[in-house]
Design a protein around this ligand. Structure first.
Ligand code: NAP
Length: 299
């Protein structure tokens, strides 16, 4: 244990970082330093029980970042746009970790990045929750930190919460409010990304310098609805909402989310083969639904 290399995991109490920390702990190749702003919360204590070193760290606090990153071999970085709804702040956090990774000589950072939608669309689309991550990806490259960007697609878990099937007002059925029409939307269960990231850390020579577009499979909204209907025994349909109607919904960042969907529909390419190679047990949506029936109880 003492001479294993250390990997610092940001967001370890959350969905992405939690999956990564658990997979690294399972694989036992690295010591896991789980980072959180609150080392007393149950999700932090659970990681400690599994063998992680749990350390207090705030992405807005340079001193805590230096302490967290000193002596580590690598880091998994996820920044949470939705915590502050502030692109500038997310970029500042990401760039600070990049600068410290350079200064402290980290050998491999796996960053949960995304495409810079605004730049790639020639300024036509703006998706703050993507664009900031795109800017941070570029920054890591510009200062030559050995980095792999893992670009996560739509989480299947979104159907448990924010995008859960919505009860129709005019009948005994539910709808999926997803403005993706007939274009297949790539997705993954976030629980499956930990093994992927763990395997990326095991093969730095293959993955440093690459942007990996991950995905388990891509389905149309009609297919997502059909699988949910079958799995949950409820009538679930495509709401047929357009991106134009979606961006008028009273949800946070509706325009940015609609633009991210517009971008994804034009650029749906995902490396399903690589995803499967990095995690041979990656779940299909059908498997995901049948294994998480309990989490749909609140619809
Ligand atoms: P999550 O489950 O909500 O967890 C957020 C994590 O961020 C927590 O562990 C929290 O740790 C940590 N955190 C937040 N602010 C922090 C700070 N100032 N310093 C240190 N840690 C901080 O989030 P997630 O789903 O893992 O990741 C969210 C990101 O995924 C977002 O940026 C989103 O854009 C991206 N994403 C989402 C999807 C999707 O379909 N939903 C797809 C692709 C990408 P503590 O509270 O313990 O400190």
């Amino acid at each position: 244990m003492a001479n294993k290399k250390v990997i610092a995991v940001f967001g370890a109490t959350g969905a992405q970082g939690g999956s990564v920390a658990r997979a690294l702990l399972d694989a036992k190749h690295f010591t896991v330093r789980a980072l959180t702003r609150d080392v007393t919360k149950p999700s932090a204590l659970a990681l400690k029980d599994l063998g992680a070193e749990v350390k207090k760290c705030d992405l807005d606090d340079e001193v805590s970042l230096v302490t967290a990153l000193k002596g580590v071999y690598g880091a998994f970085l996820v920044t949470n746009f939705w915590e502050y709804l502030d692109q500038e702040r997310e970029v500042r956090q990401g760039k600070l970790v990049a600068d410290l990774s350079k200064r402290l000589g980290l050998k491999h950072v796996v960053f949960s990045g995304l495409e810079h939608v605004h730049k790639l669309s020639g300024g036509k689309l703006t998706a703050p929750h993507f664009d900031g991550k795109g800017e941070v990806e570029e920054y890591f490259r510009s200062i030559a930190v050995p980095m792999t960007s893992v670009r996560m697609p739509f989480y299947f878990e979104n159907f448990h919460g924010g995008l859960k099937p919505a009860k129709a007002s005019d009948g005994d059925y539910y709808t999926l409010v997803l403005p993706t029409g007939d274009v297949p939307l790539p997705g993954i269960s976030i629980a499956d990304i930990g093994v992927i990231v763990s395997n990326i850390f095991n093969s730095p020579e293959e993955f440093i310098g690459h942007d990996l577009n991950l995905g388990a499979e891509a389905l149309t909204v009609k297919q997502y609805a059909e699988i949910l209907s079958k799995g949950l025994g409820k009538d679930i349909r495509d709401s047929k909402i357009t991106p134009e109607a979606f961006e008028k919904l009273s949800i946070p960042q509706a325009k940015g989310v609609a633009d991210a969907f517009r971008f994804t529909l034009k650029n749906p390419e995902r490396d399903f083969e690589l995803t499967k190679r990095l995690n041979p047990k990656v779940r299909s949506f059908q498997q995901f639904v049948s294994e998480s029936i309990e989490a749909f109880k609140n619809i």
